[in-house]
Ligand binder design. Structure first.
Ligand code: SAM
Length: 239
C-alpha cells in the first residue's frame, strides 16, 4: 500500500513584493526576460533581521517561492493553454508554468542587486515577473554549480520567446517619458523590453488584437497599440 503522510504545510509569507507591475497584463511570462523590471522584496517580522540574510549579498541571483495571490482563488485545471502555443493547444498543468495550479506557488529566479539591512530587510531585485503585492514564502540562493544545466531540453518551449516586435513612441509619449526621466530613468527601456515580447493574449479574436491596450507600470498608464507590425506607444500618463 502507498504510504501517504498527511503532509499539510501551513505556509505564511516571509515578505511581500513591491513591483513595477501593478496589474497582471504586461508582466513578462518568465523572469530574466525584462531585465529593467525592478522589484523590492521587503521581509516582515520576525524574518526582517540581518542574521536571516547574512551571506546572501554574495549571490548575484536568488530563487523566490511565491504565491500567485492574484489568481489563487480561481483554483486549478488539469490542462491549460500555454500562450507559447498560440493559446489553442491544451497541455497538462504540470507540463507548464501556469498560475492555475493545485498549490498556487510560483518559482522565479531573479537578479539580486542589493541587500539593505539598515531598517528591516529589503532586497532589490531585477528581471522579476511578479505582480505588486506578491507574497513570498521562501528565498534560496541560486547555485551556479547545481542550477546551470547546459544539457537541459525545453519541451514545448525550447528557446527564448520571440522578441522581434519593433517598438515606436509617439511625440507625446517621448515628451511624457522625458518628464518622468529623473524619477524613472529606465522607464522607456522597461516599456520597450515589455512590449517586445508582445503581451497580448494569444486567444483574442483577430478584430480585437489591434485595439489600443493599457498597461500599468509604476504609477503610469502606458497606452499602446499595434501598428504596421510593431507596437506604437501612444502615451505614458501618470495616474
Ligand atoms: N516564474 C514563475 C513560475 O514559473 O512559477 C511565474 C510564471 S507565470 C507563467 C508568470 C505570470 O504570472 C506573469 O506573466 C503574471 O501574469 C503572473 N503573475 C505574476 N505574479 C502573480 C501573482 N502574484 N498572482 C497571480 N499572477 C501572477
Amino acid at each position: 500500500t502507498l504510504f501517504r503522510p498527511a503532509m499539510q504545510l501551513n505556509l505564511s509569507p516571509i515578505g511581500f513584493i513591491e513591483s513595477c507591475f501593478k496589474e497582471k497584463f504586461g508582466i513578462p511570462r518568465q523572469p530574466g526576460l525584462v531585465t529593467a523590471a525592478r522589484a523590492r522584496l521587503k521581509l516582515i517580522a520576525p524574518y526582517d533581521r540581518e542574521e536571516a540574510v547574512r551571506g546572501l549579498d554574495g549571490f548575484s541571483h536568488i530563487w523566490l517561492i511565491f504565491g500567485f495571490h492574484g489568481t489563487a482563488e480561481q483554483g486549478w485545471k488539469p490542462t491549460v493553454r500555454p500562450p507559447r502555443l498560440g493559446g489553442n493547444k491544451r497541455l497538462g498543468v504540470f507540463a507548464t508554468r501556469s498560475t492555475f495550479r493545485p498549490n498556487p506557488l510560483g518559482l522565479s529566479v531573479v537578479r539580486l542587486s542589493a541587500v539593505d539591512t539598515t531598517a528591516g530587510v529589503v532586497l532589490s531585485l531585477s528581471g522579476a515577473d511578479l505582480l505588486d503585492g506578491t507574497p513570498v514564502y521562501d528565498i534560496k540562493p541560486y547555485l551556479p554549480y547545481a542550477d546551470i544545466l547546459p544539457d537541459a531540453s525545453g519541451g514545448f518551449a525550447p528557446d527564448e520567446p520571440d522578441q522581434s516586435m519593433p517598438i515606436h513612441f509617439s511625440d507625446l509619449a517621448l515628451q511624457q517619458l522625458a518628464q518622468a526621466r529623473s524619477a524613472y530613468p529606465d522607464l522607456q527601456v522597461l516599456i520597450e523590453q515589455m512590449l517586445r515580447y508582445d503581451p497580448r493574449p494569444a486567444y483574442f479574436g483577430a478584430s480585437e488584437r489591434d485595439k489600443p491596450f493599457g498597461v500599468r507600470l509604476y504609477e503610469f498608464d502606458v497606452k499602446w497599440r499595434i501598428e504596421a507590425g510593431g507596437a506604437l506607444v501612444l502615451a505614458v500618463e501618470r495616474v
